[in-house]
Design a binder for this molecule. Sequence first.
Ligand code: RIB
Length: 313
Amino acid sequence: MKALVFGSLNIDYVYEVEHFVQPGETLSSENLRVYCGGKGLNQSIALSRSGVETWHAGAVGIRDGEILTNYLRDADVHVDLIMEKEVSSGHAIIQKTPDGENSIILFGGANLMITEKEADFVLSHFDENDYLVLQNEINQIPYIIEKAHEKGMKIVLNPSPMNACIFELPLSYVDYLILNEIEGAAMTGHEETDPDAVLNCLAEMLPDTHIILTLGKKGSVYGYKDQRFRQRCYPVNAVDTTAAGDTFTGFFLGSIMQGKGIREALDTAARASAIAVSRNGAGTSIPMLCELKNSDILFGNRMENMDINELKI
Ligand code: RIB
């Protein structure tokens, strides 16, 4: 069973600021750091570090993309399905505040240049029951989902960043939907972000999809048909929340692909994303598997610590 992440590769410019810039304000940044990122790249690294053989497909600029491809290769991700385009690679302008929160402006660049023919070529390397992981930072997503579904691949969607395109997707083909509470509220039309209401609504809208709703400091909740689990968040000193969600997605899925149950997958993902939040950067913040294995020292024993409750609905 193989994992294909068909997704974005970005160069992240992270500006440290006292607060997010306001309309009409000119704000000086105290520090600029440049990292390899993109939701796709981050999720590929997390999947690979969780122990799953991972292929990344996507597009970078022919002149500035090598750093991104090399970064993935160094993380043991297969990069032969990454295409080069005659435009700039995607990039993100990220403001990061002292409490580790971020706000992001994206420029799609090469990420938005994928053709149907290229998507067909990528998918021709994968078979029934291989996993396809998608976010919302590349073009051709509806086509990729249709074709992957025809092949019988397992489809995982992280509908981030949320925009109108998500509503055009054949969502009933999605096997795992991993999203945060804001995205969940947008998808269900809820004005409030009451996680249980959003989860129940998503589970009703998508009866054959496993739903994982991440809730930041409140942990995460899982729903599939009438099964519900709740996972706590592990407390850390938050330095940078960039890629925390991507780390969660990669480790959750990696655990599922390696035959772990939902409870263990949620716990592993919570630990991995807590470690990521305690570090700077996107790809750079994602932990190694050995760090996860030793994380009882940081967080305590999983079984003793578990407040994963099976919820009644
Ligand atoms: O999820 C974090 C990522 O979002 C960053 O690495 C940035 O590139 C944007 O895609």
